[in-house]
Design a protein around this ligand. Structure first.
Ligand SMILES: Nc1ncnc2c1ncn2[C@@H]1O[C@H](COP(=O)(O)OP(=O)(O)OP(=O)(O)O)[C@@H](O)[C@H]1O
Ligand SMILES: [Mg+2]
Length: 228
């Protein structure tokens, strides 16, 4: 544990309307959290808003690694939703990096690079959005699990709270990354009376008495979670 005052706070409130009350006040500091769901279910918007709130209002510092979309594209899309990272980047509170540059360098190299960046930036939060491409680079399930175990252990050994996103195929199930994470948040799209809607479920959260029901998720500038 670092000696910072922040390290003494056990949970980091997400600041997302309707969420902190479902998880005893926020995400456990130092844990590895997984946000998973199908395409376009809101994984990036949800995680980015948490990082934005924590760095803007709570003095946290973050490294946000994007993989599937370029960092420029990511920033532009989020700014449209009122989550403008530019001031936070200028103040050095958030570092957004494009993992694309490390493609082909090997899985462990990507993770070591991120851990080094976290130390250099004195970041308290690390986001890997998404881990899917890294997992797909593993040839077998065994290799995937071994890789995940290494990632989990390296991150837990650091004084950093990690949030990873993982994309699920249609009808997909969370794999070893779910077992090897401290929490799993599932986002789903579903159809209700011909309307495409989003819902939110906390599948697991170690050390937390959390909600066990589906909640409605509203995406967009006013991202919020509410009871059905
Ligand atoms: N300005 C907006 N207003 C309302 N909803 C929006 C807006 N912009 C995006 N959305 C919704 O958010 C969804 C995309 O969210 P997001 O990019 O966070 O999903 P994701 O789960 O990260 O997707 P991917 O699997 O592609 O990474 C869109 O499909 C759309 O429904
Ligand atoms: Mg995304």
């Amino acid at each position: 544990m670092s000696e910072s005052v922040l390290a003494k706070v056990e949970r980091i409130p997400t600041g997302i309307t309707g969420l902190d009350g479902l998880i005893q006040g926020g995400l456990m500091r130092g844990d590895v959290h997984l946000v998973t769901g199908g395409p376009g279910t809101g994984k990036t918007i949800l995680v980015a808003r948490f990082v934005y709130n924590a760095c803007k209002n709570l003095g946290e510092r973050a490294v946000y690694a994007t993989f599937e979309e370029s960092s420029e594209f990511f920033k532009r899309n989020l700014a449209k939703l009122g989550t403008d990272f530019s001031p936070l980047e200028k103040e050095g509170k958030v570092k957004i990096i494009d993992l694309e540059i490390l493609r082909g360098k090997g899985l462990e190299a990507n993770i070591s690079y991120l851990i080094e960046l976290v130390s250099k930036a004195r970041a308290t939060i690390l986001v890997i959005d998404s881990l899917t491409a890294l997992l797909l680079a593993c040839e077998t399930q065994f290799e995937q699990r071994t890789f995940m175990k290494t990632v989990y252990q390296s991150l837990k050994a650091k004084d950093v709270t990690t949030v990873m996103t993982v994309s699920l195929d249609e009808g997909g199930r969370v794999g070893s990354e779910g077992f090897l994470s401290d929490s799993v948040i599932l986002l789903e799209n579903w159809v209700d009376k011909n309307q495409f809607k989003s819902r939110f479920l906390i599948q697991k959260m170690r050390g937390t008495d959390h909600s066990r029901r589906y909640h409605s998720l509203t995406l967009g500038a006013d991202i919020s979670i509410s009871r059905f």
